[in-house]
Design a protein. Structure first.
Length: 206
């Protein structure tokens, strides 16, 4: 069974930016070779999050939209990317064992909504035995998983907040229309890390 599956730990999303601290999980609490796959919202979403006061219901809707998109992707990864290795054979399994840690700021303490999905290196096969994760298969579907996350997030925020989306002229990414370019530039930092995880992989497709 997953050890924190779909139970995101939010780090002070109502605190002023610059005051929120990144959560550092002691290495002893995580299995060896755990991988960190990071799903990050577009910068305009993080800027909007920073502009909304804590008591505004739209802030809750924004965070819920992000979490719902992530849950959708995790369900899909269980079906399409979760397989076990037994010698040369690839076996079906009961899904990935993951924990999720949600941050609302970058390492530089700028607005940056993202979630670390910590994937354990072993899975439980349908026979009940423990096997290594087939990382090759998982790697092959991660690009699609990132695109799915962003598509579902856009859909969720259109439905709940009524935002419209436009292509960024510089990087051809989808961003919320009407967010000032000055804030996007001022809060451009998107670096993120978990100190206990030496190897990270960011999923931010265009």
């Amino acid at each position: 069974m997953p050890f924190l599956r779909r139970n995101p730990e939010q780090v002070a999303h109502t605190a002023p930016f610059g005051a929120a601290k990144l959560t550092n999980h002691p290495a002893s609490t995580l299995p060896p070779c755990t991988r960190d796959i990071t799903f990050a919202a577009p910068k305009s979403v993080s800027v909007l999050m920073a502009l909304l006061p804590p008591e505004d219901s739209r802030l809750g809707a924004l965070l819920t939209g992000h979490e719902a998109a992530l849950a959708n992707v995790l369900d899909w990864l269980d079906k399409e990317g979760a397989f076990a290795l037994s010698g040369p054979a690839v076996l079906d399994c009961r899904g990935l064992d993951t924990a999720v840690v949600q941050h609302i700021s970058s390492v530089g303490q700028q607005p940056h909504l993202h979630t670390h999905v910590l994937v354990e290196p072993t899975v439980t096969g349908v026979d009940g035995r423990t096997y290594p994760v087939d990382w090759n298969t998982l790697d092959q579907v991660l690009v699609a998983a990132g695109a799915m996350y962003l598509a579902v997030l856009r859909h969720n925020l259109v439905h709940t907040l009524g935002v419209t989306w436009t292509r960024d002229h510089h990087e051809s990414k989808w961003e919320i229309a009407g967010i000032p370019d000055t804030l996007m530039t001022r809060w451009s930092d998107t670096t993120c890390a978990l100190a206990a995880i030496p190897q990270t992989q960011a999923v931010r497709p265009r």
